[in-house]
Design a protein around this ligand. Structure first.
Ligand SMILES: C[S@@+](CC[C@H](N)C(=O)[O-])C[C@H]1O[C@@H](n2cnc3c(N)ncnc32)[C@H](O)[C@@H]1O
Length: 416
């Protein structure tokens, strides 16, 4: 067996290996891990693009790559060796990088990272897909079933779409549109001041972001805010408000927002973000499994903690960790938070429940259970949303095609 001679590995690939190692080892999210690594490394735009593509592409295709590698490996493979094999297989089998180039690069990476170059060489030379790449086999079977139950005939197109790079969505003020165009960005306008944007450098370095003219948000996430209807001048409770993306959109719509979350650190991030946008909200730290001492409001949004199963294009690592048991655990918590949200909705007021998940238990079943526990609430049709959606029980599911996330959204009114 000839092992190619060493040279220096491409910095984009070295960085991608480190990020993938961290994501697979520590169950951390890919986005912040990659973002931190890219900030420190200061790669060229081209290398940063390659590193991003390798990290996300490998995670999106990981189950089929694992299946392709399995017949060539005996016994457990140490994490960093596995990362090299997965990413090398992604380049060879999915991106179509010439096999000799893949072997050269990954053997060099192996030597640099003190992994066995002979094994990397032998396996990457031989690895082949077990059959044509079937997008549905990049998801666990039970999760693919959930997607099929949710979206029916659209499911195959969705499976394919979940393997594509996620576009950047921004809500922009007119000044932000101008500034990004001046900086050479490509902007595709959508409804409601939303734009699909391509930039040559990180968003945080742009004037539009620094001046508070741009807010990253998925159109489906904005739809949860739209589901409340006109909130201008109204008190709105933003329950499980997290880092305040929806709080910001509610404040921008003229609402008087109180955002509640159990994690105090999220309020710090939310305050900084609202300040950047020139907006205001009130923040309260509380565990919403019990009813906090807050005045009920005429409009309440519960954007509940969830599995994130509707955001697999942006967060492909989620599908690698999710189990039916974790869905049930979160559904139990969501039920408790909905009961609290009911207490905090004024008679005659409206309650919107949303999750960025497509599982039955977190969506239609959750609302059905809630309505049977709370006969004082009635489901209501949603106002027109600016994203494609299909009916789902008493709510809707946004359709995760073209970079739109899958959200379940339901609107209920408390009777007078
Ligand atoms: C889906 S995230 C919210 C995202 C946020 N609405 C936004 O648009 O930026 C769910 C949030 O629920 C919060 N959470 C989880 N358990 C909670 C609890 N028991 N009480 C209050 N908040 C909770 C988490 O800290 C997390 O920030």
């Amino acid at each position: 067996m000839t092992v190619p001679t060493p040279k220096k590995a491409n910095p984009a690939r070295s960085l991608a290996m480190r990020v993938l190692g961290t994501v697979l080892e520590s169950a951390s999210f890919a986005a912040p891990t990659l973002d931190d690594a890219l900030q420190q490394a200061r790669l060229s735009a081209r290398d940063a693009g390659l590193a991003t593509h390798l990290v996300y592409g490998t995670l999106r295709h990981l189950p089929v790559l694992d299946a392709a590698l399995a017949p060539l490996l005996r016994g457990p493979t140490p994490l960093h060796t596995r990362v090299l094999l997965l990413c090398g297989s992604f380049e060879k089998l999915v991106l179509g990088t010439p096999p000799h180039a893949v072997v050269n690069e990954y053997v060099t990476l192996a030597r640099q990272g003190k992994q066995p170059p002979g094994l990397i060489n032998a396996v990457l030379r031989r690895v082949e897909l077990l059959g044509p790449l079937d997008p549905q086999s990049t998801l666990p079977a039970w999760l693919a079933d959930e997607y099929r139950a949710a979206y029916g005939d659209a499911a195959p197109a969705i499976f394919q779409s979940l393997l594509e790079p996620q576009p950047l969505w921004l809500r922009l003020r007119p000044a932000g549109v101008e500034a990004l165009e001046e900086e050479g960005g490509t902007l595709e306008p959508g409804a409601n001041d939303m734009y699909r944007v391509q930039l040559g450098r990180p968003l945080r370095d742009s004037a539009a972001f620094r001046q508070g003219w741009a807010q990253p948000i998925n159109p489906a996430s904005l739809a949860c805010v739209q589901a409340l209807g006109d909130v201008s001048g109204q008190p709105v409770l933003d329950l499980a408000g997290g880092a305040g993306v929806k709080a910001a959109m509610l404040a921008a719509a003229g609402a008087n927002v109180t955002s509640v979350d159990v994690v105090e650190g999220k309020h710090r991030a939310a305050r900084r973000n609202l300040e950047r946008l020139g907006l205001q909200a009130r923040f309260v730290t509380a565990d919403l499994t019990a009813t906090p001492d807050l005045s009920p409001a005429p409009a309440v949004l519960l954007d509940a903690p969830c599995t994130g199963s509707g955001t697999l294009r942006a967060h492909p690592e989620i599908k690698l960790r999710l189990t039916p048991a974790s869905v049930q655990e979160l559904a139990d918590l969501q039920g408790q938070l909905l009961d609290t949200a009911a207490q905090l909705t004024l008679p005659g007021g409206v309650l919107v429940y949303s999750v960025c998940s497509v599982t039955h238990a977190e969506g239609p079943d959750m609302v059905e259970g809630f309505l049977s526990r709370h006969p004082e609430f009635q489901p209501e049709p949603l106002p027109d949303l600016d994203v494609p959606a299909v009916p789902s029980g008493q709510g809707v599911l946004t359709v995760p095609l073209d970079g739109i996330d899958g959200f379940f959204i339901a609107r209920m009114r408390r009777q007078d």
